[in-house]
Ligand binder design. Sequence first.
Ligand SMILES: *Cc1c(COP(=O)(O)O)cnc(C)c1O
Length: 406
Amino acid sequence: MTKIDIAALDAEDPLACFRERFYLPEGLIYLDGNSLGPAPKAAFTGFGEVVEKEWAEGLIGSWNTAGWFAAPKTLGDRLGAFLGAAPGQTVVCDTTSINIFKAVHAALGLRPGRRVVVSELDSFPTDLYMLGGTGAEVRLLGRDGDRLEDLIDGNVAAVLLSQVNYRSGALFDMTAINRLAHDAGALIIWDLCHSAGVVPIALDAAGTDFAVGCTYKYLNAGPGAPAFIYVAKRHLEEARQPLSGWWGHARPFAFEAEYEAHPGIEKFLCGTQPIISLRGVQAGLDALDGVSQSALREKSLSLTHLFMDLCEPLCRDYGLVPGTPREDRQRGSQVSFTFEHGYAVIRAMIERGVVGDFREPGLMRFGFAPLYLSHADIKRAVEIMESCLADRVWLDPAYQVRSPVT
Ligand SMILES: *Cc1c(COP(=O)(O)O)cnc(C)c1O
């Protein structure tokens, strides 16, 4: 790949104009949008407005006049539209961990007599930790069997999977797996943490039952911004979730002693939501406004493809082991390599202006967000990775000490 080719790819990039919507520190190449997306410029004005006007001036009245109370639902509908969900099925609230707990409980309740939930051994650990807290009997792909179809039988209430694996970046076929689960009478719960914002998603059309995900990765809503939960309309009447707080009540402001679940998606709310952080979700959605899903996917694949191609000589020369599917339809928007000195290399790359991250054991992970990265950034990132490898940075004791957050 010559310099000319890369310049041509960037010149023809229909998403190049989106870069302006984000603030990124000068000279930095940010390949960690799969962990924490950068700040959309709309967040600066949004946070200013919510604090200085709505809170400072409007005080308690802003619950009504600034749309605070309705925000989980209005933002949920807006995010839902981006994920292929008709209105009334998505709310922005709580954390992904908490929403997994609610979704699994609801699914178990919808399938009485079935106690098994199938998931994947290589899931993001919190998914399995939360699943463990539901009392479900857990069957894991990668521990109890190697094929999903062998694990899903008449005892399975639900299948809980991440659409894109947080380590390898491998992508599941949502429609095919939904069919597999439904054919066995089971429900499906998708964790979209690593796909929402970079992989085109059509929740309604795919027949998905439940979906959860966070907004601070590729949706760029800010650190600790609330997550989302989607529940298909056909389940809303019957579904119950165990965190029966007042925001999920049919009439929260009637202050009745008895709990009565809201008939709509609001029943998946629990308590008061972080209004200031919700403004970050709004800013993240503003930054996505008008993006074409197919352009997003096409550029994502083009960036990951280029990165893997350019890294091939490094794998050969230094023994990095590729961990991400080469086949486009099996890949999300991240690429990883296993390397025994991966931690030191990632740390050194950060000091040289390329931010990726590290996951145990020995995994160097790079996320590719099509809205603010160019093909030239990818080429530069690989050059810097190569310089770190050539310098054998792992011999430097400064790069051996682990930070608390990797
Ligand atoms: C990032 C991530 C989470 C994070 O959960 P929180 O409750 O928001 O901390 C959960 N699951 C997956 C798959 C993730 O990638």
